[in-house]
Design a protein around this ligand. Structure first.
Ligand code: AMP
Length: 210
């Protein structure tokens, strides 16, 4: 079985940021299901058309489609895999435990109020996908990506009712997974209020002690 490390947390808690840092340090493959769905939508595939309106509303995509995507996106020669935004339902958590050797699940805790303000401030580069934030990672030039010069955009589901629905789904479906993984003895909770570097250091130290 492949080793897996998981980032769990409400939208805006910094899962993607930490997953990216850890992937660079560990050589593990970083899998973000939301990004994979967005690629399918941008490419106009059958799957993309199927999930487009679900994602725009802020609902969760069905477990079956998520399992297909997870199964088809794995890199054969990576030492392990980092899941960011997966699992989000009890069935996905069972799938994960049945198919991977789960080393750790990092739960990044953040209040609902802070999550919503972070999501509203998020901007993403339309070209390279780099994430910025108008509060905590302000681009040097307004609307322009520091990394590649591409145009920064707000994700359609980072606004209005879609945010509310995504946060609602988090509490209805995903929050209970914290308890599930605690019982399995793999949960490690970190406050998402800590700085990016501090969280990264805590994760590296924890992994070294496993
Ligand atoms: P994210 O970029 O992680 O916020 O994901 C964007 C959207 O993709 C979510 O609001 C869901 O519609 C869908 N999605 C991503 N990951 C999952 C998952 N594990 N299970 C179901 N739907 C997902």
């Amino acid at each position: 079985m492949t080793d897996a490390i998981v980032f769990l947390g409400i939208q805006g808690s910094g899962k993607g940021t930490q997953a990216k840092i850890l992937a660079e340090k560990s050589g593990y493959q970083h899998v973000n299901i939301g990004d994979l769905f967005r690629e399918q939508i941008a490419g106009g595939s059958k799957l993309g058309l199927e999930v487009k309106s679900i994602i725009a509303r802020g609902d969760l995509v069905s477990d079956e489609l998520v399992f297909d995507l997870v199964n088809s996106s794995l890199c054969a020669d990576c030492p392990g895999i980092i899941f960011d935004g997966f699992p989000r339902t009890p069935a996905q958590a069972e799938f994960l435990m049945a198919n991977y050797r789960v080393k750790r699940v990092y739960y990044l805790s953040l209040s609902e109020e802070d999550a919503i303000s972070r999501i509203e401030a998020r901007r993403v580069c339309g070209d390279c996908g780099e994430n910025f934030n108008l509060i905590s990672r302000i681009p040097k030039q307004e609307g322009v990506c520091d990394v590649c010069g591409g145009q920064l955009k707000q994700r359609a589901d980072d606004t209005g009712d879609a945010i509310k629905q995504r946060v609602k789904e988090f509490y209805a479906q995903t929050y209970a997974l914290k308890e599930f993984f605690a019982k399995k003895g793999v949960l490690h909770t970190i406050s998402a209020d800590n700085g990016i570097q501090d969280i990264g250091r805590e994760i590296m130290q924890d992994l070294q002690n496993l």
